[in-house]
Design a protein around this ligand. Structure first.
Ligand code: B12
Ligand code: SF4
Ligand code: SF4
Length: 391
């Protein structure tokens, strides 16, 4: 849409027309690749209580940054003085044609959470948000703003729900009834007194609880509450040090993040494919064999994860996660020799995971050992979603 068709940003008397500005922002946001934009105020008092409860239960595990900023996280004007409104946006990220459950069902392949197979979203979204703000600045002159994407103490989901972008699913994701949950969130904090949108009040989960019964590690401990210490996303991305043995088998082939509580969600069938080339899988990260990734040298890791969110876990945790996947993979002499080659690796942590994986591989080499059918309780369910994906 050309700007001439949009309502003017000023009233006839020269004052700013904030309703017209909100309308312009919505149109520009779509032109910049965002699927939706909503506006809300800065009152997150309910969520302050929810966050405090979550922290008091210790669900943040080692993520100290979740408690480090006092009330700045729940009071936007304490983080960015002068903030009156939050402009919340979402951007779809699932690449077209990308396989999901089919890869999860092939235990010799690595499952990398679909947000992680392309380029990192943080920079891309922050740049777009800044462009949106600059576009407005060009029209109305200077105003206060700051862009955030998962980068600062910001309650992104709570703000998105309040801005009308979706409801909190029982899996804690923000879901949109016509778009599922495979989208990122981002915000512009601003001092402009824009008109606010209606919060997304209706809840569409109903009696469904698929995400909760499905979660491989039982991390969804209550409706909308995740015990991060049990979540595979935390175990593979945030956690430093060893992955507790009790979760390793349930992790299956998930080596970076986890999408299960979204993949089983009935609303996922409404997912809109992303229009961003940046999210296209690189280096076949959406379908690679575990052993291929495990055999990457550190140089290869650094080169192939340049600009990818995987880069931030570093090579050591990459090997740790892949070792768990290999321990869960079907018996294969090539896997055993790749694992043995890492037995003298300098990191104690990697060596411990390699020994665990070798023991599991060797158990399965025994003629009386159970077959290589996936040993997870979710096996029947995989077939279920694979069937759904095929239609
Ligand atoms: C810490 C974190 C994690 C941690 C902890 C997860 C968690 N649920 O907190 C870990 C590492 C496990 C994680 C995993 C994932 N994350 Co994360 N994560 C964050 C982060 C940095 C903070 C989230 C937070 O504030 N947690 C604190 C708890 C208390 O908040 P909450 O879980 O949102 O819980 C709210 C509800 O419980 C609600 N609530 C409680 N009771 C009630 C009652 C009612 C009536 C209502 C309405 C609400 C309500 O209040 C709480 C506070 O708002 C945000 C970015 C950001 N700055 O916001 C991204 C973010 C939430 N993550 C995101 C993603 C994509 C993921 C993964 C899918 C990644 C992956 N594939 O591996 C998984 C999904 C796991 C899951 N089901 O939540 C996206 C979510 C997008 C969306 N559509 O919702 C975000 C917004 C990043 C982004 N910019 O896009 N994540
Ligand atoms: S991301 Fe995976 S482990 Fe974490 S809550 Fe969802 S299904 Fe459970
Ligand atoms: S799987 Fe069911 S309960 Fe979970 S978020 Fe989706 S609709 Fe809600």
């Amino acid at each position: 849409m050309t700007d001439s068709v949009l309502p003017a940003a000023h009233h006839d008397n020269g004052e700013l027309d904030f309703a017209a500005i909100a309308e312009r922002l919505r149109v520009w946001a779509r032109e910049l690749g965002f699927a939706q934009l909503g506006i809300t105020d800065t009152d997150l008092s309910n969520h302050e209580a929810y966050l405090e409860r979550w922290l008091a239960a210790g669900y943040q595990g080692e993520m100290d940054y979740m408690s480090r900023h006092g009330t700045k996280r729940t009071r936007p004007a304490e983080l960015e003085p002068g903030t009156l409104r939050v402009i919340s946006v979402r951007m779809d990220y699932l690449p077209p044609e990308v396989e999901t459950t089919r890869v999860l069902g092939q235990p010799a392949r690595a499952y990398i959470s679909r947000y992680g197979v392309g380029r990192d979203y943080h920079k891309l979204m922050r740049k777009r948000l800044t462009r949106l703000a600059r576009q407005l600045e060009a029209e109305i002159g200077e105003f206060g703003y700051r862009a955030f994407v998962d980068s600062a103490p910001v309650m992104e989901r709570a703000l998105a729900q309040k801005a009308g972008l979706g409801w909190f699913g029982k899996n804690a994701m923000i879901l949109h009834p016509q778009a599922g949950s495979f989208f990122f969130l981002g915000e512009l904090y601003t001092d402009l007194p824009l008109p606010v949108d209606e919060p997304f009040e209706s809840e569409h989960c109903g009696s469904c609880s698929r995400c909760q019964t499905w979660c491989p590690t039982g991390a969804i401990v209550d409706d909308r509450v995740i015990d991060a210490r049990r979540c595979i996303s935390y175990l593979t991305i945030e956690k430093h040090g060893e992955i507790p043995v009790e979760f390793r088998e349930a992790m299956g082939n998930r080596v970076f993040g986890c999408d299960d509580c979204q993949l089983v969600c009935p609303f996922t069938r409404f997912t809109r494919a992303t229009r961003e080339d940046d999210f296209t899988p690189r280096h076949e990260l959406d379908r690679a064999e575990l052993v291929t990734l495990f055999n990457w040298s550190e140089e290869e890791f650094l080169e192939r994860t340049q600009g990818s969110p995987i880069r931030r876990i570093g090579y050591e945790r990459w090997l740790r996660n892949l070792a768990v996947g290999l321990g869960n993979a079907p018996h294969d002499p090539a896997i055993i020799s790749a694992l043995r080659a890492r037995l003298a690796w300098p990191s104690d942590m990697v060596r411990e995971h390699v020994r665990w994986a070798l023991a599991r591989q060797e158990e399965r080499a025994h003629p009386d050992s159970p077959t290589d059918e996936r040993p997870t309780p979710n096996d029947a369910g995989y077939r279920d979603i694979i069937a759904r994906e095929a239609h």
